[in-house]
Design a protein around this ligand. Structure first.
Ligand SMILES: [Zn+2]
Length: 311
């Protein structure tokens, strides 16, 4: 019955309304995709609603959403949702299948507009609902995606390991000491002429970082996003590692950044966008020195930085 709590407890909506209206649209947001803090927040808000529930039926409402594993859909019936977790920008469900001896893994990439909601039994799909998981306990999990760039893959553990994207992912930036992350960054940057921001966005270097958290962490570390990565000393890589961890942890505490469509699995907006230092603030004053923030394109992505504080 806990599935219905989110409808019975309107406090969550009352809480989300001020956040929604307080949301400050950045002047040049570019393309927004949920990054590590947003996907982590979705996993944390989805888990208490569906963990230990059993799937009774899966409905694929848009064929493009299922990128791999369509043949395994029948094996999902009766499977127990053992774990909801995140790796990089992927949200994963680990299922104990009643059919296969091994666990089944559902990997979702939310891309730009993918969202999860848990509804009461009998709720009809919405316009942008792509996948529906009916639960034996009575709820329905909707995977909605307006732009249809998001996808789901159904895999056995060995198939997950063989997935080229999965196996190419770099280390998670949280859950390890800053010194170790600093060494990882320094090693990845060594000898590289590419701009440091471009490498920070490379999921093979570090997993889960996108445009927002690259810009914000480089500002906090005082590093120009345009600097050739190979010119960063070990000390500055350590500063960047510490800044990145602080920014990601702060954003998770604030339930991520809500740009356009992002909401957590309870329908709430995040709040971290209200404290952006640089992201989306082109031409505005630096919060630290007052200089006008500048804009550049790095690795094809809109980039905002302070020419005085970031060198
Ligand atoms: Zn500044």
């Amino acid at each position: 019955m806990r599935i219905f709590l989110l409808y019975a407890d309107d406090a969550s909506y009352i809480f989300c309304i001020p956040l929604f209206f307080a949301f400050r649209q950045p002047c040049s947001p570019g393309i927004f995709m949920p990054e590590l803090p947003e996907v982590e927040t979705i996993a944390r808000t989805l888990a208490p609603q569906i963990a230990d529930c059993r799937i009774s039926r899966v409905s694929v409402l848009h064929p493009k959403v299922l990128q791999a594993g369509a043949e395994r859909l029948p094996e999902l019936a009766g499977a127990r949702i053992a774990r909801v977790f995140r790796r990089a920008k992927l949200l994963l469900l680990e299922l104990e299948s009643a059919v296969t001896a091994q666990p089944l893994l559902l990997a979702f990439h939310l891309k730009m507009t993918g969202r999860f909601f848990v509804h009461p039994a009998g709720t009809p799909p919405e316009k942008h609902t792509r996948l529906v998981f009916d639960l034996e306990e009575g709820g329905r999990v909707f995977f909605d995606d307006m732009r249809t760039f998001g996808y789901c893959r159904v895999m056995l553990p060995r198939e997950l390991d063989q997935w080229a994207f999965w196996s190419s992912l770099g280390p998670e930036p949280l859950g390890l000491p800053a010194a170790e992350l600093g060494r990882i960054l320094h090693s990845a940057f060594c000898g590289r002429k590419a701009a440091v921001k471009g490498l920070l966005l490379d999921q093979r270097v570090v997993a889960g970082v996108g445009n927002i958290y690259a810009d914000e962490s480089l500002f906090r570390a005082g590093i120009s996003p345009l600097l050739p990565a190979g010119e960063l000393s070990a000390t500055r890589c350590l500063a960047l590692a510490g800044a990145l961890q602080e920014i990601l942890e702060q954003s998770i505490r604030e339930c991520g950044s809500s740009i356009r469509d992002y909401r957590d699995a309870l329908g709430n907006a995040g709040a971290f966008q209200n404290t952006f230092a640089v992201y989306g603030r082109k031409g505005e004053s630096c919060r630290k020195c007052g200089a006008a923030l500048e804009h550049a394109r790095v690795a094809g992505r809109s980039t905002v930085y302070c020419p005085h504080c970031q060198i």
